[in-house]
Design a protein around this ligand. Structure first.
Ligand code: NAD
Ligand code: WQD
Length: 338
């Protein structure tokens, strides 16, 4: 019999791609999402790609009664906890909403898991927890000093998970710190579908290339990097999805708490991304230099030694493939999931 995994936030960007990977690896999945930043259509596309049906529920993780009902109906072997609010800007403007969705919702979910003796979780954290104090490349032991509300909400959940394992060793948890996820499934059927003007680089470039936005503003070209523009560790979302599957498998073999960076282990500048995207799409991406974005760090990327050694995971897809897949999704779905 197949093992059943609950995927919270499974209709979102990372959730949908991770669902595909789990279905391909013969898990059964159940999705719970409140669709605050996604659409049910994304789940139909996942079913189409996978050629398999699965159960999904429209519910908010903070709704304890609804979540309790879901746990009463299914026997989960574990939970992939991807649900959360990721907008840095919105979190600064409305910290309570961010903490409610990222911290309170996690507490509520964990309590329900505990009641049903489901003690295996993979948690979506972020490289943003390192903040500015760490030296590059970031290692899992590097100091944490997030400089945003969003980053602190992720750090708080990480702390909570550590305390949980400390108090009860039968918990089995993987904290995955994603670097900069980009790209899309090679079918072009699912991808990142931002609400409004994108805040992140790749979806912004995509919308310039497809003609929805005039030009890209490059935030800063006076950083101490080879071409002066910001450097980040971009990782293909399908590689990331595979990292979730491997983390889940690893958890069943060795209990405890594992924190792992998921990045490609190298950085690319904004200008390198623009050039790769132009090569991948055959479109020009007009850009203008603009002042640095407040709170931005010049350059960071992951040390991926632990992911390689413990999970036997390494990002396989390079920058060009990330751009090709992002462009396929964007050009086939100029208005996202409609
Ligand atoms: P996303 O917004 O596309 O997906 C998150 C999903 O969670 C959405 O479908 C949303 O509707 C759902 N959701 C939010 N609050 C919920 C709640 N209270 N109850 C039920 N569902 C809820 O974001 P994503 O890019 O797929 O990110 C997934 C996770 O990874 C998030 O926790 C995010 O913070 C984290 N993360 C994302 C990135 C990134 O750049 N995309 C990087 C690091 C970490
Ligand atoms: C990448 C580079 C920008 C937009 C964010 C979160 C992080 C994680 C991933 C959730 C930087 C530059 C961007 C634009 C630009 N998310 N840029 N013009 O800021 O590295 O990380 O997303 O956990 O927590 O902070 O990603 O894609 O916004 O920026 O020049 O219009 O592109 O300055 O150098 P970032 P990003």
């Amino acid at each position: 019999m197949r093992q059943q995994v609950l995927v919270t936030g499974g209709a979102g960007y990372i959730g949908t791609h991770t669902c595909i990977e789990l279905l391909a690896n013969d898990y059964d999945i159940v999705v719970v999402d409140n669709f605050s930043n996604s659409k049910p259509a994304a789940l139909s596309r996942v079913q189409k790609i996978a050629g398999r049906d699965f159960v999904w529920y429209e519910a908010d993780l903070r709704d304890r009664i609804a979540i309790e009902r879901i746990f009463a109906k299914h026997k989960f072997c574990g939970v992939l906890h991807c649900a959360g609010l990721k907008s840095i800007d919105r979190a600064e403007r409305d910290p309570l909403r961010c903490y409610e969705n990222n911290l309170e919702a996690s507490i509520s979910l964990i309590e329900t898991m505990q009641r049903h003796d489901v003690k295996r979780m993979v948690f979506s954290s972020s490289a943003t927890v390192y903040g500015e104090s760490a030296r590059v490349p970031y290692r899992e032991e590097s100091p944490l000093a997030p400089n945003t509300v969003y980053g602190r909400s992720k750090m708080m959940v990480e702390t909570l998970l550590h305390d949980l394992v400390h108090a009860d060793e039968s918990w089995n948890i993987a904290i995955l710190r994603y670097f900069n996820p980009v790209g899309a499934h090679s079918s072009g059927l699912i991808g990142e579908d931002p609400d409004g003007v994108p805040g992140n680089l790749m979806p912004y470039i995509c919308q310039v290339a497809v003609g929805k936005l005039n030009h890209l503003s490059i935030f800063g070209h006076d950083y101490p990097t080879p071409d002066g523009t910001g450097v980040r560790d971009y990782v293909h979302v399908m590689d990331l999805a595979q990292g979730h599957f491997k983390a889940l498998r690893q958890l069943s073999e060795s209990p405890g708490l594992l924190t792992v960076n998921l990045g490609a282990g190298r950085g690319y500048s904004v200008l390198e991304v623009v050039r790769a995207f132009e090569a991948a799409s055959g479109r020009k991406v007009p850009y203008r230099f603009a002042p640095r974005r407040p709170g931005d760090i010049g350059s960071y990327y992951a040390d991926v030694t632990r992911a390689t050694e413990v999970l036997n995971w390494r990002a396989q897809r390079g920058l060009l493939e990330m751009c090709v897949d992002s462009w396929r999704w964007q050009s086939q779905n100029p208005d996202g999931y409609v």
